[in-house]
Design a binder for this molecule. Structure first.
Ligand code: ADQ
Length: 481
């Protein structure tokens, strides 16, 4: 089966969050299941710099107002189609934001162009390669299924995956005429969304199937609390809505072979984690002792409950713990965490940056990772934590709920506990969960058991890749696959 994936970021070429990890891992996970996936991504400077040999496949004279080309390249086992449109993608700062941290004012055009190119390729523009199905991710590619639906060309099945419903890509109705959709597409059953053009809404409305990245989150987004305005439409599409939990690339994230950590270790020699703990403490300027070391690796946002982490820091320290934070994001939350660090030199520290190698070392050396998200479609850092024996302390929501087994008395007795979970998300409940974690840490036998149970839980893509392959097959003409 041939599948075109369209995504606005992909690991290891360009990454601002979990979407990149999934877009990069899924093609590899699916290749053993009879799915040949090619991924269309924008030609940002970082992407073009990583390409090596390319082949020119396609030229657009006017792709939503600009000329563009499609190049083919193979990088890190990925079969890439790169949309080379310098006017849209060659920018000095990140994929979505300018140097002041504001959305590029032409994001509507940039991602309409990506989507339009995806639709043209789906219709066979490459000539010798036409996909059987298109899989698109998040609002940046939400117009692909809409173009396919309104294109008056042969139907192509599509799957739209929601990684984060908080980002919806809503733009003024004034951009609609430039999108190249027929006038009747600007309607409730099309791309119109509360008087605007909604890219994610368009995708959810017009894709053949919709998925999100965990079963719990697929239930949650049917409610007003989590649906963020899309719950009505999602309820209408509930039969076509699937929750498939993310996996991780267990080769990239393997403590036994990871070259980004200080000392490699396996389940059988967890004592080697200590050298990594010392390395984390040194990096962050924390005192070197055996008290529990908590870490955070996250976008610093309200979604991720980072205000609560800042408020819980005093409690961690009062109980002999330490806290190392790696992240970037909202200035207010950065300031709150920096203030906590200033209150507790040597006990609380923050590195404000995006640092992939450091994130590996932190998973390898910290005792526990705090993830008190207010909503979490899946979450990947708890999966990395499980794989690295860094015990996840998570809120009971979305994918966190589906992937971490709380160390309650029953789970401890059954030897199935893999972390600590709490809910609802309040400061008191987070503090209670931290206290419980520190108590568990105080009993080395139980703690090691929790670590080992986490390290042996299946966080690979195996099961979920099979579910995606089944979902794709279910959309193709019967008997074809
Ligand atoms: N400062 C930093 N330095 C280095 N690495 C950092 C970092 N900050 C974050 N990361 C990394 O970025 C990724 C974040 O992925 P998450 O799944 O936790 O959240 P995100 O909200 O981005 O993804 C959305 O999409 C994913 C994919 O579906 C869902 O799991 C998730 O719930 C949803 O919100 C992880 O690989 C993490 O290690």
């Amino acid at each position: 089966m041939k599948v075109l994936s369209v995504a606005s970021e992909i690991y290891p070429l360009i990454k601002t969050g979990g979407l990149a990890d999934v877009a990069g891992a899924l093609p590899l996970a699916l290749s053993g299941r009879g799915v040949a996936m090619r991924t269309l991504i924008p030609g940002y400077p970082a992407v073009k710099a990583a390409l090596g040999t390319t082949r020119h496949l396609l030229h657009f004279e006017d792709l939503i107002g600009v000329p563009a080309d499609v190049l083919e390249a193979k990088v890190a086992g990925l079969d890439l189609l790169v949309l080379d449109a310098p006017a849209l993608f060659e920018r000095a700062s990140g994929p979505y934001l300018d140097t002041d941290g504001k959305d590029y004012s032409d994001n509507w055009r940039r991602f309409a162009a990506l989507s339009r190119a995806g639709a043209e390729i789906a219709w066979g523009a490459l000539g010798d390669w036409q996909p059987d199905l298109v899989h698109v991710h998040d609002w940046q590619t939400g117009l692909v299924p809409a173009y396919l639906r309104y294109g008056e060309r042969p139907a192509v099945p599509s799957v739209m995956t929601i990684h984060n419903i908080a980002f919806q890509g809503n733009f003024s109705a004034a951009v609609f005429p430039a999108l190249g959709l027929p006038p009747h597409a600007f309607a409730m059953e099309g791309v119109e969304y509360y008087g605007q053009v909604g890219y994610l809404k368009a995708g959810v409305q017009t894709a053949w199937a919709v998925s999100t990245v965990s079963p719990s989150y697929a239930e949650e987004i049917l409610t007003p609390e989590f649906g963020m305005g899309l719950e009505g439409l999602l309820n209408r599409r509930a039969f076509d809505l699937h929750g498939i939990v993310n996996g991780i690339d267990v080769d990239v994230w393997n403590p036994a072979t990871d070259s980004l950590i200080a000392t490699n270790y396996k389940l059988t020699d967890l004592r080697n984690r200590k050298a990594n703990k010392r390395a984390v403490e040194r990096h962050f300027g924390l005192v070197e002792d055996d008290g529990p070391l908590f870490c955070v690796i996250s976008r610093l946002t309200w979604q991720k409950g980072m205000d609560l982490v800042a408020a819980a820091a005093d409690d961690i320290v009062a109980q002999g713990g330490k806290l190392a934070v790696l992240g970037s994001g909202d200035a207010e939350l950065v300031a709150a965490l920096q203030t906590a660090a200033a209150r507790h030199p040597g006990r609380v520290a923050i590195t404000v940056s995006y640092n992939e190698p450091l994130s590996h070392l932190m998973q390898a050396g910290s005792d526990a990772i705090l993830i008190p998200s207010r909503f979490e479609p899946c979450g990947l850092t708890q999966l990395y934590g499980l794989r690295y024996g860094c015990v996840p302390v998570v809120s009971r929501t979305g994918g966190l709920n589906d992937t971490v087994i709380d160390a309650n008395p029953a789970a401890l007795a059954a030897r199935s506990a893999t972390g600590v979970s709490f809910g609802p998300v309040t400061l008191d409940n987070l503090k209670r969960a931290i206290r419980r974690t520190i108590r568990l840490y105080g009993d080395p036998k139980i703690w090691t058991e929790i670590q080992k149970q986490g390290m042996t839980s299946d966080v690979s893509w195996d099961k979920s890749a099979a579910l995606y392959a089944d979902l794709y097959s279910s959309l193709l003409p019967k008997g074809e696959y």
